[in-house]
Design a protein around this ligand. Sequence first.
Ligand code: MN
Length: 154
Amino acid sequence: MTLEEYYQKRDFRKTPEPVASPGKSKEIPAGGRIFVVQEHDSTHLHYDLRLEIGGVLRSWALPKEPPLEEGVKRLAIPTEDHPLEYADFEGTIPEGHYGAGTVKTWDRGGYEPLEMGEDRLVVGLQGRKLQGRYALIRTKFRGKDSWLFFRTKS
Ligand code: MN
């Protein structure tokens, strides 16, 4: 995994978004790794789901609010990996820049990796809102790489 795309898309003289600081270790919650969902009020309001995997935040954009209950499947569009520091980011990305708009924490916590396959991830989320077993399954949507995010039976 690489953060190259993250850096290519942004001008850090203009955006308040974090620059990864190599060597600075992040505190990992006991019993799991970090996950965060950020409400991003950009061109379209969406929810960015990020899971700490392999030292970066693997990321998906959900056009709709993440489901609290079983039976609701949400589209999750994969986006570029973000640095771990992004889990703490809240702020406003200025007009005319990538992702312009406001980022706020919608939920966060630790997670337990239950199944970490190439096309299928199952995690136990320990957030304030999202709690329990959730799956991310790779699928195709209008010919594009996309995923489905939903709560599964525990
Ligand atoms: Mn976003």
